[in-house]
Design a protein around this ligand. Structure first.
Ligand SMILES: [Fe+2]
Ligand SMILES: [Fe+2]
Length: 247
């Protein structure tokens, strides 16, 4: 069994420092790794990245993250990434990593993702250059996520994004903003590999549980949704989905 702690949208700045740490100190006893689904900071500054790295670094379990849209707000995403990596966090963008945990291998493919919407109500690559760029950005990210997922050799495979791959976990958000919260292309990427679990954030007013068209369990772990420092999901139990236990 592998136990994955997950949260998203922690939005760390100097006012948040210390808020997560007491629960994080318990992590090695309850989980084998921590995955964070983007919006690590409030405005994507280097100063906030240092606060984030202090809060989530040195936990005694591997920490794997993707960036979110907030982490791009100050156009310092490369410097933010450097700060997090220097603190020992694994930052994924269109790539994968394999962790050895409890005698098993956990593969994680991560990408921020982007918007575009879902079946029946999605943006199309037509017309203005700006629209083609918008949809093309999502297509490129989804292609990289799918390739990363398919390229991992592991016992259990997890997809980590900030934007949502399915609409079910957006339930509670205004329907009008669904196209800015995720894309069905991410769901297709997840379904192109034997993914056991897909984690995302971004939809603060959404719902925790959903499933891709191919049947992969999806969990929106945005902090305002799960309302605690992290949820823990179990993989490689006898029944994979029955093992997706939140605590
Ligand atoms: Fe957020
Ligand atoms: Fe976000």
């Amino acid at each position: 069994m592998i136990r994955i702690a997950a949260v998203g949208d922690v939005h760390v700045d100097k006012d948040v420092v210390g808020r997560y740490r007491p629960a994080l100190e318990q992590l090695p006893g309850v989980a084998d790794a921590l995955l964070i689904a983007g919006d690590l900071t409030r405005h994507g500054t280097v100063e906030e990245a240092r606060c984030m790295a202090g809060e989530f670094g040195g936990l005694g379990v591997p920490v794997v993250v993707v960036l979110g849209n907030h982490d791009h707000q100050s156009d310092q995403q490369d410097a933010v990434t450097d700060v997090l990596r220097d603190a020992g966090l694994v930052v994924l963008e269109g790539e994968g990593t394999v962790l050895e945990l409890n005698g098993h291998t956990l593969g994680i493919a991560g990408a921020k993702g982007f918007g575009g919407g879902f079946a029946g109500a999605c943006a199309s690559k037509f017309g203005e250059r700006e629209m083609k760029n918008f949809v093309g950005t999502t297509e490129a990210i989804a292609e990289r996520l799918g390739a990363a997922l398919r390229g991992l050799d592991c016992d259990a495979l997890v997809a980590l994004t900030h934007y949502a791959p399915v609409p079910e976990t957006l339930t509670g958000e205004p329907l009008e903003i669904y196209p800015f919260l995720g894309s069905y292309l991410l769901g297709q990427a997840i379904d192109s590999a034997p993914t056991a679990l897909a984690l995302h954030g971004h939809a603060h007013h959404g719902s925790e549980r959903g499933r891709t068209p191919g049947g992969v369990p999806v969990r929106n772990v945005a902090h305002p949704v799960i309302k605690q420092a992290y949820n823990v999901y179990q993989l490689l139990t006898d029944e994979v989905d029955a093992g997706l236990v939140s605590i």
